[in-house]
Design a protein around this ligand. Structure first.
Ligand code: ADP
Ligand code: ASP
Ligand code: MG
Length: 401
């Protein structure tokens, strides 16, 4: 008998009917002789609603309490799914992240899985039960409920699969991984396979179909992920180790992200010490910086810009206040209407000219970019959000995606 972890996202459990349909699909699998661990997300847009309620009380809610609040969403879906299995005559048990042994570390609302104590899940599987685990949540060393960052149910599923040494199947509302988000570009093409590295890069640059950390864990433990439509009717996409049979185009995918906060600090004395101080303070607060740019010195001063997640806007305010105490000349501005467009592909390592091609497509379409960063397998550009749709369409068409 093989074990499999199946994860169903919010849209797949959005209504009672859909929860019953998930139960029926899992039962089909069980009848074929597999032991199934099901990981579920909160129903539909529940997590957004929970966050909005907290924000009606405070613009910057306490993060421990946000975790307490958000974790309730997944608990509703695990209990309902378990009730559905029992109604259909199957033995099942729902487990919170804590009960499933998901131990986390780090900051509230963006915890990382430190370990999974899999014994309890195994015990219930050995007893022949279908085990249902709440995605997105765990418990930290202080016994507090934590969450793993938006989209974190993918991470819960892959972490469980890596401990059970089995395949992880992610069921969602699209047929698989496409080279461009099909909601942004209707001619996008579904990929049969994609390497861990490319998927990790696409996920961290905005392809919300998979959580980047989930792919990172799968890559580390070499756990294959299969992403497919929740009805299982069509062939989905395998995320696995790169091999020569995979398409070797320079560009595998295109992503766009609106989660960009661009911070500019003007009037910084042009000394290495001042620049170092800025980035030391940011690091102290655990804020992840993405793109960095600096203007040429003018009268002994420079302007420094960087991008980060919009989530960190309040932390950035605290940080810049601290910096201002030590460098009183600075002036800080924040821009929120910025998007990041990225092209990703392992083939880029061997092919040159990709950046030049993207530059010329953007310029032919009169789209100005503000910053550019590159990794071995991606190139990213920040642009005004208003140009995002045009940029995606122009790039996807001209790059034959
Ligand atoms: P779930 O609730 O199942 O976790 P998500 O909303 O998190 O589902 O992810 C599915 C969505 O991801 C799709 O509806 C699609 O619009 C979006 N998406 C973004 N980029 C891609 C991509 N490259 N391929 C497929 N879907 C993508
Ligand atoms: N419910 C959480 C969210 O909306 C986790 C997930 O769906 O993966 O982000
Ligand atoms: Mg998701």
């Amino acid at each position: 008998m093989a074990v499999v972890v199946q994860k169903y996202g919010g849209s797949s459990v959005a209504t009672i009917e859909k929860i019953k349909a998930v139960a029926e699909r899992v039962i089909e699998r069980k009848k074929k002789g597999d032991e199934v661990v099901v990981v579920v997300s909160a129903m539909g847009k529940t997590t957004d609603h929970l966050i909005n309620m907290a924000k009606e009380i405070s613009p910057n809610p306490n993060r421990r309490e946000l975790d307490m609040l958000m974790s309730t969403g997944e608990q509703v879906s695990i209990a309902l799914l378990s009730i559905a299995f029992q109604q259909f005559g199957y033995d099942a048990i729902s487990l919170t992240g804590f009960q499933a042994g998901i131990l986390t570390e780090g900051m509230h609302t963006k915890n990382r899985i430190a370990d999974v104590r899999i014994e309890n899940v195994k015990k219930h599987l050995d007893e022949g039960k279908i085990v249902i685990v709440a995605g997105f949540q765990g418990i930290n060393q202080f016994g507090d409920i934590t969450t793993l960052g938006r989209g974190g149910s993918d991470t819960s599923a892959v972490a469980l699969a890596s401990k059970l040494k089995c395949t992880c199947e992610i069921y969602t509302d699209v047929e698989g991984i496409y080279n461009v988000d099909p909601r942004m570009y209707s001619d996008a093409k579904k990929l049969d396979n994609i390497s861990y590295e490319e998927m990790m890069e696409m996920a961290s640059l905005g392809a919300g179909v998979m959580e980047a950390r989930a792919v990172e864990i799968a890559c580390k433990y070499n756990i294959p992920i299969y992403v497919a439509l929740n009805t299982g009717e069509k062939l989905g996409t395998y995320i696995k180790e790169y091999d020569e049979t995979m398409e070797n185009k320079a560009i595998t995918g295109l992503t766009a992200s609106d989660d960009v906060l661009m911070v500019t600090i003007r009037n910084v004395p042009c000394k290495a010490k001042s620049i170092a101080l800025i980035f030391e303070r940011i690091a102290k607060y655990n804020v992840n910086i993405d793109m960095i740019s600096q203007t040429a010195p003018l009268d002994g001063y420079v302007n420094v810009s960087f991008t980060t997640s919009k989530e960190d806007i309040y932390t950035i305010d605290d940080i810049t206040k601290e910096i201002k105490k030590e460098i009183p000349t600075i002036k800080v501005s924040k821009e929120l209407d910025i998007s990041k467009i990225s092209v990703v592909g392992i083939g880029m390592m061997k092919q040159s000219g990709v950046a030049a091609k993207v530059f010329s497509i953007l310029s032919e379409n009169n789209i100005e970019f503000k910053q550019v960063t590159t990794s071995e397998i991606s190139i990213s550009y920040t642009i005004d959000s208003i140009d995002k749709g045009r940029a995606v369409t122009a790039l996807a068409k001209e790059l034959n995606l």
